[in-house]
Design a protein around this ligand. Structure first.
Ligand code: HEM
Length: 183
């Protein structure tokens, strides 16, 4: 969080009441890495929408007949240690600034598909990521955040639960916002 705050608070100087807009975020690489890492570990739609093969194919030694329903597990794909050699289960936004910096989740890099890939790729990729960037940047720009009741980030239960096809944190996050003043 402090790394993200340094980036967000350091790169823009705003008047007290102004909120950050998309134009302020252009050079915020760590912000984008944090969101990418969040979508890698916690894709809201862990199983992509079912697809049907339109012809017989062989993938990685498996024969898939035409008209077979196929469901891609994007959650598992994004934790594969073959693609993410360094601590695949850990939250490490830096991975997207270093070895995997070129990885995009816009459908060309199959190891990162929180928005799917191909012709059914989510049409809301840009809108979804922009809204997340603006919201998160403003939240960490305006507030310092702690966990209530002596809870540490190591204690935080990150179990997920499903509501229909979408997953969310099973135990809602409770956090304390402390207004930040740069003065
Ligand atoms: C962080 C936010 C979002 C995530 C993670 C997300 C993820 C996804 C995923 C995984 C799919 C299925 C792709 C597949 O099965 O191959 C999908 C489909 C879709 N998404 Fe999103 N989405 C997000 C935001 C949005 C927004 C903001 C909109 C609309 C404004 C949107 C509209 C749609 C639509 C219409 C489809 C169906 C596309 C089709 O089947 O052709 N999504 N999304």
């Amino acid at each position: 969080m402090s790394k993200l705050q340094n980036e967000v608070r350091g790169s823009v100087k705003k008047a007290e009441d102004d909120i950050l807009t998309e134009d302020d975020l252009i050079d915020m690489h760590y912000l984008r890495a944090v969101i990418k890492e969040t979508l890698r570990l916690h894709p809201p739609l862990p199983l992509l929408f079912p697809k049907i093969s339109n012809q017989d194919v062989k993938i990685n030694g498996y024969n898939i007949k035409a008209n077979t329903q196929v469901i891609v597990n994007a959650w598992q794909v994004a934790r594969d240690p073959k693609s993410y050699v360094y601590k695949p289960e850990e939250f490490e936004p830096e991975r997207f600034l270093n070895a995997n910096s070129g990885l995009s989740y816009k459908g060309n890099d199959f190891e990162l598909i929180p928005f799917g890939a191909g012709r059914r790729l989510c049409p809301g990729v840009h809108f979804g990521t922009s809204v997340n960037e603006i919201a998160l940047a403003n939240l960490v720009h305006e507030f310092d955040w702690t966990l209530p009741g002596g809870v540490t980030s190591e204690d935080l239960d990150m179990s997920e639960a499903a509501s229909g096809t979408v997953i969310h944190k099973e135990d809602p996050l409770k956090a304390v916002a402390i207004p930040y003043s740069s003065a």
